[in-house]
Design a protein around this ligand. Structure first.
Ligand code: NAD
Length: 311
């Protein structure tokens, strides 16, 4: 069993760290937010009060942080992970960030003689809780084989996507599919409503027909058909709209740099930007259906309304 430092104990990090503890690893966790550290201590973890404490004696350091700024800072800053991790430690960044950040941090790790993989995840909070995440890993064959048994305590499907940064590249493409498909599912449920079709009827049929997708069958944006979906809990995240917007922006950035065409990805990015701007950054991303419904409905529900699309 390994000594693991876990940095970032939020919606995803906390259940992931708890599954490592359940698998018998000794986990020391660190989060800037004291409430998150307290929750971690309550599930049996050792809560560190500083980043370097979480790295002390670690065989493996895992990060699950919001975005590139936090990842660069946690690894590269003075007193950060690269400076604090013991020689030979394995570093795993499971956050969703841009490819360039993943490659820059891994290159800096190599200079410090530390091995690193990028290992972003799919499945959301339910899969993080259940230990059934999908990992998309970028790194050398050797480092992937080292990371795999640790990742298996948090996920059931561990893919080796390619070299360093390739896990993030796949993740960015995957989440563009997710963001776009959530809008398509939301629009379809709004249209069905206008056409007098019960949401459960649309769900029962479309989930067995060619409209089937994760956004509908695991995170249905209307209350009812999927009891565990955030729609049943006032769109409490889950994956926040702010995080989805971040991922869609990463995809647009990557499309621009690589010369790929992405008109629907661009439209989805613009819609999420409006939804976030309207005050819904911390709502689940499936809450975009409230925005798409339009201002009248949103006002009825007591939501702050700035601008909304027509349906
Ligand atoms: P979150 O905001 O709930 O958690 C992030 C945690 O990191 C917070 O508790 C925050 O206090 C902490 N933090 C920030 N800066 C820190 C620092 N410098 N040192 C220590 N702790 C710090 O976010 P989340 O939903 O858990 O997402 C984390 C990552 O996983 C993101 O990159 C996100 O895109 C990705 N992701 C999220 C989901 C999801 O459904 N929530 C699914 C797949 C991937």
């Amino acid at each position: 069993m390994a000594q693991i430092g876990f940095v970032g104990l939020g919606n995803m990090g906390l259940p992931m760290a708890r599954n490592l503890i359940r698998a018998g690893h000794a986990v020391t966790g660190y989060d800037l937010n004291i409430a998150a550290s307290d929750k971690f201590a309550a599930v049996g973890g050792v809560a560190a009060t500083a980043l370097d404490m979480a790295c002390m004696g670690a065989d493996v350091v895992i990060t699950m942080l919001p975005a590139r700024k936090e990842v660069r800072e946690a690894y590269l800053a003075r007193g950060g992970i690269l400076a604090s991790a013991p020689e030979g430690a394995l570093l795993v960044d499971a956050s969703s960030v841009d490819v360039e950040t993943a490659r820059a941090v891994a290159a800096a790790a190599q200079v410090n003689e530390l091995s690193m993989v990028d290992a972003p995840v799919s499945g959301g909070v339910p899969a993080a809780e259940a230990g059934s995440l999908t990992f998309m890993v970028g790194g050398s064959d050797r480092t992937f084989e080292r990371a795999k048994p640790i990742l298996e305590a948090m996920g059931t499907t561990i893919f080796h996507a390619g070299g360093v940064g390739d896990g993030q590249a796949v993740k960015i493409c995957n989440n563009m599919i997710l963001g776009v498909s959530m809008i398509a599912v939301a629009e379809a449920f709004l249209l069905a409503n206008k056409l007098g079709i019960d949401p459960q009827t649309l769900f029962d049929i479309a989930s067995k027909a060619s409209g089937q997708c994760w956004a509908m069958t695991s995170c249905c944006p209307v209350p009812g058909p999927v009891p565990s979906a955030p729609a049943n809990y006032g769109y409490q995240a889950g994956l926040t709209a702010a995080m989805m917007l971040k991922d869609l922006k990463l995809a647009q950035e990557a499309a621009k740099v690589s010369g790929a065409k992405s008109p629907i990805g661009a439209a989805a990015t613009a819609l999420y930007a409006l939804y976030v701007e309207q005050g819904s950054a911390q709502s689940d991303f499936s809450g975009i259906i409230q925005f798409l419904r339009g201002p009248e409905k949103a006002k009825d529900q007591g939501m702050p309304v700035k601008e909304a699309a027509n349906n």
